[in-house]
Design a binder for this molecule. Sequence first.
Ligand SMILES: [Zn+2]
Length: 153
Amino acid sequence: MPYTAQCPDCGNARALFNHCPHCGSEHLPILDSDTVEINIKQDGPYVEEVLERLTDYLRKSIEVGIKVIVLIHGYGSSGEGGRIKWAIHNALENNRYSDRVDEYYFGENVAYGSDAYHALLKRRPSLKRYLKRFKEGNSGMTVLLLVSQSRSA
Ligand SMILES: [Zn+2]
């Protein structure tokens, strides 16, 4: 995961969420991009945890001014990975996050080089940094375009 965040207190590179591992600061980090990648399945959480965690990540992301999240949720026809993907798709389609997510693009629908891909990149050129994620359609990823802070306040 590329580190795009900097601690406002000690200046070290740090992850987006939680406290700074260097100085323990709980202040929100300074970002060098409005686009970030989040791997939500990193530590093997359960589905319900993932959905709650995503709510929290969305709130904090909007707070620090993030506009686009490349959400890595994995895939699979069975097992927890598949359930997480299904739950996230389902939650998005049922507007669970509609107060914070303006638009979303399932990875399989924005294959590298496709019309949908070009349209998305034109709107959010900062995604170029994540080109290799798109592949020939990456079903383990969803791109979230967040609402702007003023609208969510
Ligand atoms: Zn720090």
